[in-house]
Design a protein around this ligand. Structure first.
Ligand SMILES: NC(=O)c1ccc[n+]([C@@H]2O[C@H](COP(=O)([O-])OP(=O)(O)OC[C@H]3O[C@@H](n4cnc5c(N)ncnc54)[C@H](OP(=O)(O)O)[C@@H]3O)[C@@H](O)[C@H]2O)c1
Length: 260
């Protein structure tokens, strides 16, 4: 791996794969992490063929703490230093907290918070001046999310953690960008058990293509922006949420999440 190296969690599919394509286009060597080996291998094949870049895959369940904490030590053993980290893997569950499976809700925290924090820590131990982090948060970070409460809270963590780190790392010239997309047309909604393949009609007005979100994220990341909200309508929604009473926001989000 001769070129600068980027490690992308969840890089084998969805938004992560679209982001991987943009890095490949700019000649980065890639390390894609995920559980689904078939997806990872097919992403690896496509990226190698189309962009002639080095692509490694690591099959790991990032809710497994041992698996998470072994990624960077293993790379170090092989003399591989990662220049850019993209924390993209994440999932959520739709439904009321009290009705959903307790352990599955803890897995959201394991992946969206614990794995992201651990991988970031290990990345920074080996990072050089000028390294970069791209964290995929969500518009869910801007308000609580009745009907998907744990997921929203994890994304509030991702955004808060990312912004704090970006300030702490100014001296080291390491940028941290958190991207806060609204609904994207990916497998996310199937995983969240909405029982639908696509974003539901109630949110389709704001749904964006993963390739569009990836480009917007990549542009903001290249400029070293702290926060990126892809899409004009979503930027507007973020502003509205800041000015209307929290009680109304809670009711609106509950309504939306119950309709998906
Ligand atoms: N879709 C949306 O509407 C939306 C909106 C805002 C933010 N986001 C955020 O965008 C990010 C990407 O989501 P997406 O929309 O691309 O959803 P997706 O299509 O479901 O992709 C999720 C990715 O995360 C990986 N992943 C999930 N669980 C994992 C685990 N336990 N260990 C390792 N990898 C795991 C998956 O790979 P494997 O299956 O191979 O493990 C997959 O590549 C997430 O952080 C999500 O919260 C999504």
């Amino acid at each position: 791996m001769n070129n600068p190296i980027v490690l992308i969690t969840g890089g084998g599919s969805g938004l992560g794969f679209e982001i991987a394509k943009l890095f490949a286009l700019d000649n980065y060597s890639l390390i894609l992490v995920g559980r689904n080996v078939e997806n990872l291998e097919s992403a690896q094949k496509e990226l190698k063929q189309k962009y002639q870049v080095d692509v490694e895959i690591i099959s790991a369940d990032l809710t497994d703490y041992q698996a998470v904490s072994s990624i960077f030590p293993r790379l170090k053993e092989r003399g591989i230093q990662v220049d850019i980290l993209v924390n993209n893997a994440g999932f959520g569950l739709l439904g009321d907290f009290i009705n959903l499976d307790g352990n599955q809700q803890l897995e959201i925290i394991d992946l969206n918070i614990r794995a992201l924090t651990s991988i970031t820590y290990h990345f920074l131990q080996q990072a050089s001046v000028g390294a970069k982090i791209l964290n995929i948060s969500s518009m869910a970070a801007f308000q609580p999310g009745p009907g998907m409460s744990v997921y929203y809270a994890t994304k509030a963590f991702v955004s808060s953690f990312s912004e704090a780190l970006s300030e702490e790392l100014v001296k080291q010239k390491i940028t941290v960008t958190s991207v806060c997309p609204g609904p994207i047309d990916t497998n996310f909604w199937k995983v969240s058990r909405s029982g639908r393949e696509k974003v539901a009609d109630t949110t389709a007005f704001a749904s964006l293509k993963p390739s569009f979100v990836a480009k917007s994220a990549y542009r903001g990341f290249e400029k070293g922006r702290r926060v990126v909200v892809p899409g004009v309508l979503n930027k507007l929604l973020v502003l509205i949420v800041k000015i209307i009473p929290r009680s109304l926001v809670l009711k609106a989000v509950r309504h939306l999440n119950s309709r998906i």
